[in-house]
Design a protein around this ligand. Structure first.
Ligand SMILES: Nc1nc2c(ncn2[C@@H]2O[C@H](COP(=O)(O)OP(=O)(O)OP(=O)(O)O)[C@@H](O)[C@H]2O)c(=O)[nH]1
Length: 337
């Protein structure tokens, strides 16, 4: 067992009696979005390594502390554990480390994404956050956009309002509309202002949650282990087993939800097709009726024309006869010279 894990396990007891003003924040999201840089902005020091890199820079979960007013701020930076495709030993190890570092539970999950770059990878990362911490963790999530300078002075609300990224809108809605933006290159007053904006958002969230941090079965297990009599190694082993079970359960919930979503979409499509077929049939019947009426009208017209023609054929010779008789009579009366 890793020595570090022993230390983390031991440190959780320290977390139980942490001061009431302690604020635990976990930075989550896709790699390279600016999680470490955001952590540094909040703490206003170079606590986490952050630089432009073609590879993932943060290799393991780490924790750093600072303060904001009378609040002690604890930030847990996370490595690229939100985009690994499969559940594997390395993932479980990092998740375990993250749980132990953030026990008895985070007040805020800061989901970091780059402004204008919310891709399918970010969606998968958000999904993995739910797999690791549970669906209810969205209730303690704030979406933090980095590269705020790209707004060029415009407001984040306007940006969201004009965005046609449905997945992003869905994420923001699931996070209760709690959004914030950082320019992690900002300094001095500008840096303080954006941290204050985030802190105000966090205070509102905590007020809503009666000051409570987020917790779930795994955090409760860490809490309970404090009173247990079993040794640290055994506790860690049990915790890891529970964690694997928890993540697998969350994953099957997600798969089930996705399958239900797919089923609903399929039913909707079927209903749409049925409606279209029904509409086409009705239109066809209407067209046939119109054609039938037109045919009847045409037949009537033809019949009338024939009738008229026959009548004319009968009347014209009669009239001709009369005229010819009159002419003959007149000829007879006229004296010959
Ligand atoms: N211009 C600008 N650059 C930023 C901003 N935020 C982060 N960056 C840059 O983006 C790069 C990646 O930032 P990191 O903080 O290392 O990102 P990360 O998510 O921690 O990445 P990993 O640790 O590799 O997972 C760095 O070069 C940062 O300087 C921002 O708001 N504006």
């Amino acid at each position: 067992m890793d020595q570090n894990e022993h230390n983390h396990w031991g440190s959780h007891a320290k977390g139980q009696c942490a001061s009431r003003s302690e604020l635990r924040i976990i930075l989550v999201g896709k790699t390279g979005t600016g999680k470490s840089a955001a952590g540094n902005s909040i703490l206003r020091k170079q606590a986490f390594e952050s630089k432009l890199s073609s590879r993932t820079l943060t290799k393991t979960c780490s924790k750093s502390q600072g303060s904001w007013g009378d609040r002690e701020i604890v930030i847990i930076d996370t490595p690229d554990m939100f985009s690994w495709k499969e559940h594997c030993e390395a993932l479980y190890k990092e998740v375990q480390r993250c749980y132990l570092l953030s026990a008895p539970g985070p007040h805020v999950l800061l989901l970091v994404t780059q402004l204008g770059r919310y891709t399918s990878q970010d969606q998968k990362a958000a999904q993995r956050v739910k797999e690791i911490f549970g669906e209810d963790a969205m209730g303690h999530t704030i979406v933090l956009f980095t590269h705020k300078e790209d707004l060029s002075g415009g407001s984040l609300m306007d940006y969201m309002h004009n965005s046609d990224n449905k997945a992003l809108s869905k994420l923001v809605a699931a996070s209760g509309g709690r959004i914030c933006a950082f320019n992690n290159r900002a300094e001095g007053r500008n840096q303080d202002d954006q941290v204050k904006e985030l802190m105000d958002l966090i205070e509102d969230l905590l007020m809503e949650k009666n000051g409570d941090h987020y917790t779930n079965g795994l955090y409760s297990l860490i809490q309970r282990s404090k009173c247990g009599s079993v040794g640290s190694d055994q506790k860690l082993k049990e915790f890891k087993e529970s964690l694997i079970k928890y993540m697998e359960t969350q994953r099957s919930y997600t798969a089930l939800a996705e399958a239900n979503c797919l089923k609903r979409a399929l039913i909707k499509t079927q209903l749409c097709v049925l409606f279209c077929i029904q509409l086409c049939l009705r239109l066809l019947i209407l067209l046939l009726c119109i054609l039938h009426s037109m045919c009847t009208l045409f037949c009537c017209l033809l019949f009338s024309m024939c009738n008229l023609l026959c009548s004319l054929l009968f009347i014209i010779p009669q009239k001709l006869m009369i005229v010819s008789r009159t002419v003959i009579r007149l000829e007879r009366r006229t004296p010959r010279l």
